[in-house]
Design a protein around this ligand. Sequence first.
Ligand SMILES: [Zn+2]
Length: 257
Amino acid sequence: MKVKLLPSTFEKDGTPSRRQHLSCLVVNDSIAVDAGSLAMAATDEMRANLRDVVLTHAHLDHIAGLPLYIDDLFASLDSPVKVHALQEVIEIIERDVFNWSIFPRFSELQISSGRAMEYIPIEFDRKFVIKDVEFSLFGADHKVPSAGISITDDSGSIAITGDTATLDGLRDVLSKLQNVKAVLVECAFPNELSVIADNSHHMTPDILARQLDDIRPDCPVFVINIKPSYRDTVVGQLGDLRIQGLEVMAVGRDYFW
Ligand SMILES: [Zn+2]
């Protein structure tokens, strides 16, 4: 399984910035998990092949690139962009984003093979397959309807928490998955902003450490979705924890699991 955390912004020389404003992971160059920077950072190969997007939730940093991606491809689309998500998430983006005011309702616009965009409602703990890769949504603890995602192929499994205040859902899913290669966890805020983290249902390094101590995943743990303004502080505090196997996921790098 090949996984890449797409960049959100770029340095002056065009190399990916480590600052992660938006969240978008791409599996095997052809399936997106969230679409924050999908329109801005997808490669030509992704643009040619990627027609499936699995959403954890509807917050802007996780969907900002979705309307722009479909708009960008619209004239050349020969199959719909399929959005796989909880029914509540589908209703939010259809009502608040693809509503003709913010952006066109692509689920009503025709291309040669049907609609430009299709919604696939997904229930928790119900497995579904996209291009020989199996997905399942598990519970997250966030301010809005949200899910974590487990992903399994022939090589093994990974689990992605999405935005969450606890790892309760991850604990359950790890007890069921075989051959887990990696866990990707959020850690949005530094320790000194624990009140904001609590109020917005995110984690700090200290919260993450307590949660991991309960679970003790038997695989590497990669941190994603660090708020860009606090990146250096959070990375320093994560290092101070000295937890073996815990590292920050590099933006723009191909991981093979
Ligand atoms: Zn969120």
